[in-house]
Design a protein around this ligand. Structure first.
Ligand SMILES: Nc1ncnc2c1ncn2[C@@H]1O[C@H](COP(=O)(O)OP(=O)(O)OP(=O)(O)O)[C@@H](O)[C@H]1O
Ligand SMILES: Nc1ncnc2c1ncn2[C@@H]1O[C@H](COP(=O)(O)OP(=O)(O)OP(=O)(O)O)[C@@H](O)[C@H]1O
Ligand SMILES: [Mg+2]
Ligand SMILES: [Mg+2]
Lengths: 265, 265
């Protein structure tokens, strides 16, 4: 019930949002029977790409004007249930806000500043099969909040040198969070993204990661696939935009692997 | 003299670091005669990719242990001149530190928190032809410091939907900084990166940007080129790694365009 998963990597542009959106749709579909619980996606990145990647253009300005987003829920001016929106038959969204940029400084002196997200999500998480949290490209207070609230972390990793370099800093942060703030935090796994089989570097990076972290690497690898970068402009996941594409196949395979690993149904 | 340029875009993975490194080497080479001033690169991103992309592996641990980076210079425990390192014949580096992650919260209550970088760079900037500042993927305090210190901003923009979406938030932030903190801040231009001529989306995004911001778009476009992603693992710019590559050509063309636009020599 209610497995809370943070999708995190401080390296920018590695596929966090793309993984949050497509995994959410794939997991919700895999859980297909009506008795199953719906799924919740939380957009904790002030850029709001998960929010815009799953919402039609026309509704985005309404969300912006609503004053009921994850920001207001975290600072406490709105009850979290008032900020939830049903965006698909079996998917709810807790949308982002540009105001999250200021949260880091605003919460700097506050009590429990790392636990704010946990305090608003714990009471509602059992209404969902999974709660996926998309995080910003940083190891600051917002990502910290996601790791404190989460049961586990999924790490998307682009097959590039800088992404590999940043991995040890990220795993170090996860270990520190586990020691000090959230002893039960696990790593579900590292998922290789934008893998280009024609490119020697992709193979080199994949080999390096599987040598250093053999038990952490998901078997499913997400290939570089243009349909994945086209789908957000339609407010759709790639699974809805082009169900037969290589990107859709790969995220369905990843969803199956995660459901198996976590024993969730 | 001493034109200070921030390389900024809160969207992650758009090519900020790749532009900082390769533009630095291209500008330093274009300025070739011995009488010209050297160039300074400031790595203001806690990830430290500009630092590692220009420095041999063996020297990186020495920088980490030195306690003399841009972090110590900003918080005032070290004089900035002590943190500068000559990394090429005509290029100096003010290296990053992982401690920058904490700067946002540490400086939250301090005086002049947005002007710390400006205060340390103003006294030294005229020793250089250009000072290029690589920034993290965020609109927080570190990027704000870069925009307050800078004469102008260069915006790398990946030819992807989410990168286009984030452009108006970035230009809005630059306008706010100009109004409140740095009235002389200009935008040198937007440079399209990772352009793939076989991909319809690249052409669509390029058309959109040139329609919305006709006078801001650099003519030089950086193509997707695997040599650009291979070079950092050798601690080299692409210009040094493979001078005849499409990536090296494109950054030399961009350097020529910038030297012309800014009238700098
Ligand atoms: N497998 C893929 N194939 C092709 N394009 C992809 C793939 N995965 C992601 N993309 C594209 O690459 C860009 C970066 O991906 P995305 O925005 O999901 O990364 P992110 O880690 O969430 O970025 P940020 O750090 O800014 O939050 C996006 O434009 C996305 O559409
Ligand atoms: N034109 C290009 N062609 C191919 N690969 C590129 C190109 N430009 C950058 N890259 C690669 O894409 C990745 C992202 O680029 P880079 O790290 O420079 O972006 P960034 O904006 O600095 O990221 P961050 O937001 O994490 O600071 C890197 O692995 C880099 O090597
Ligand atoms: Mg994202
Ligand atoms: Mg960078």
């Amino acid at each position: 019930m209610g497995r809370l998963v943070a999708i995190a990597n401080q390296k920018g542009g590695v596929g966090k949002t793309t993984t949050a959106i497509n995994l959410a749709v794939a997991l919700a579909q895999a859980n297909g029977d009506a008795a199953g619980l719906p799924l919740l996606v939380v957009d904790l990145d002030p850029q709001g790409n998960t929010t815009s990647g799953l919402t039609p253009q026309a509704e985005l300005s309404e969300i912006k004007a609503s004053g009921a987003t994850v920001y207001e829920a975290i600072v406490g001016t709105v009850e979290v249930t008032q900020a939830l929106r049903r965006i698909r038959d079996r998917i709810f969204l807790l949308p982002s806000s540009a105001n999250l940029v200021g949260a880091e400084v605003e919460l700097a002196g506050a009590d429990h500043r790392e636990r704010r997200l946990k305090e608003i999500l714990d009471p509602i998480k059992d209404h969902y099969s999974f709660v996926l949290i998309d995080t910003p490209p940083s190891l600051g207070l917002l990502t910290l909040n996601a790791m404190v609230a989460a049961d586990s972390v999924i790490v998307p990793m682009q097959c590039e040198y800088y992404a590999l370099e940043g991995l040890s800093a990220l795993l170090g942060t996860i270990a520190r969070v586990r020691r000090v703030l959230n002893p039960d935090l696990e790593i579900d796994g590292i998922v290789l993204t934008m893998f280009d089989s024609r490119n020697r570097l992709s193979h080199e990076i994949a080999r390096d990661v599987s040598r250093h972290f053999p038990d952490k690497l998901f078997q499913s690898v997400i290939p570089r696939n243009v349909r994945l970068s086209e789908s957000p402009s339609h407010g759709l996941s790639v699974i809805e935009y082009d169900a037969k594409s290589a990107g859709a196949e790969a995220y369905r395979a990843l969803a199956a692997e995660i459901a198996l690993r976590t024993g969730a149904t």
